[in-house]
Ligand binder design. Sequence first.
Ligand code: HEM
Length: 595
Amino acid sequence: MPHTYWNNIVSTPGSSAGMGQSNQIVDHASNLLQATIDRFGLILPSAVLALLILGFIYHDRLVFSPGKRSGIYDIPGGLPLIGHTHQIMKFGTTNQFHRFQELALMSPTQCYRLTFAGVGSMIMINRPEYIEYVQKTNFENYPKGFQFRDKLGDLLGHDGIFVADGDVWKTQRKMASHMFSANQFNNWVRVVVHNELNTIDTILDKVASQKRFSIQGLDGTTSGMSDAKGGMVNMTELFFRYTLSSFAKMAFGSDLGCLTEDPASLENPHPFAVAFDFSQGVMNKRFVNPFWRILEAITPEGARMRSSIKLIRNFGTAIIKQRLVEAGIKIDGIDLNEKSEFSQEHKDLLALFMEQTQDPEALLTVVLNFMIAGRDTTAQTLSWLLYELCANPEHVKLIREEVDRVLGPDAAEQRVRVNYTDFKKFPYTLACFHEAARLHPSVPKNGKEILRDDVIVPQGPNPHNLPPIKVYAKERVGWSDWVMNRLPEVWGEDADQFNPKRFLEKDEKGGWSYVQQSQWKFHVFNAGPRLCLGMNLAGFEGVSFLAAMLQKYDFTWASKQQGQTSDWPPMYANSVTHPMKDSYQCIITPRNYNE
Ligand code: HEM
């Protein structure tokens, strides 16, 4: 055996040579310690000692995060003091929900814990039974908390409805609820949406009546030269413009001019939308990178983020200034004599808030928070829905049958539209919209802070015997609707399939009736006191669009040769909401009644 330093230390106990060596080492060590103390005082050695002790205690998790406990599966691979920080940073935001799903499937209850720098100890509770406790039973103990304001505050403000808690949130919610409950607003919504649908109809009409060169099916076969008519439309862009334009009109009385009758206007994305989408992608990264502030200060991405926020804020400020001026409130540098087409006649969202404050900064927060709520969510759901209908065309037939029956077979041709209060008369169409929202939830992940130590007790029947979970103050709870909605334990064996019939049953007359699911199971609109305020508005916009367009046009997924820019199936982009990674195109043709 070679004569090593280690051999010397552990050499036969009592051997004088060995004893001599170990004495030397002890001497060395104490000399070194003495020298360090002489130079640095007690600080450095104490720090090293403290680090060693902490590393021993927190050998697999983030320093100062609470220990293991029953009912929560701790994801393996945590390192001393930093926990899963390295893993989370490595994951980044690529295929984020697939990663969450992999982690959930490692746990017997699909609930698990990660500890990582920047966020702390995060307990994922991907089950309706637990979410109900957090969002309703002990609601006050689980605010949105600092994390949301820290990561989203520079865009959405610190008092916006999405990030606020306590009295600030209550005031915002109360005021906004007035808008949604007022009859006047419902009428106004109907007028706006019908006008926007007429514009879209004109666009699609122009495109569908172009003479077509050739059409290529999804299977790649080309039908060759054709006298048939049709053309291609960027549908994701169309949906974003539809919801942005209509929401700005109904909530802020502002015509943004982003939806015109010219199909060519859809070719380039709207600058506001580009900036908004980009900044949401960056905000998403902040949740997985504890060094985001430093990175954003020095990287081109950070610079672009700052200029995007500036653009978005200018855009919102313009809306507000116009309204303040119209209300007779003086704003420097603005001279508007004309009133906008929409303002004053209706008490829209902005008018309600302006009764409370005329501070442009506070109003900007309102505008931007509601813009994200009103534009992105519904447009994204519609994009995913139309893709699902291209993939599962058997549902188009049933939607058309329903629209023919309720509105009459010529409704779309005569521009007879669905009424705001009537959209529930279209159970099949609504079920398709909700099924797309279930599989592709617009808020795919969410979370709350924990104020005080607590035990999360599963609510409701608890068929899977989920255990109660002990949680501690300053930890966070989180969930992913994207993951939860794919769990067979929650939605059955076909959970990952597009199946609108899970929201339907046959009534006594043989027609479809809509089956209301519990808010906790069908959780995509959130639940409890913070239930989405725009749920009905979104349903109305979705059903109205399908009724108006599917009765009149055929939509076929364009092939790559035709200029398709998306993969099939489309990928999602990692963001705080749930957009597609690339926009997609459909070939629009007049409806073929022979099919
Ligand atoms: C398919 C469409 C939609 C989906 C899936 C959806 C989903 C959600 C979700 C999950 C939340 C909770 C967000 C959070 O905790 O941070 C939420 C909140 C909210 N949604 Fe929606 N939403 C949709 C459309 C709309 C529309 C069109 C509006 C119209 C303004 C709207 C207004 C709101 C508001 C104001 C809140 C905040 C509620 C609160 O915290 O008290 N949503 N929505």
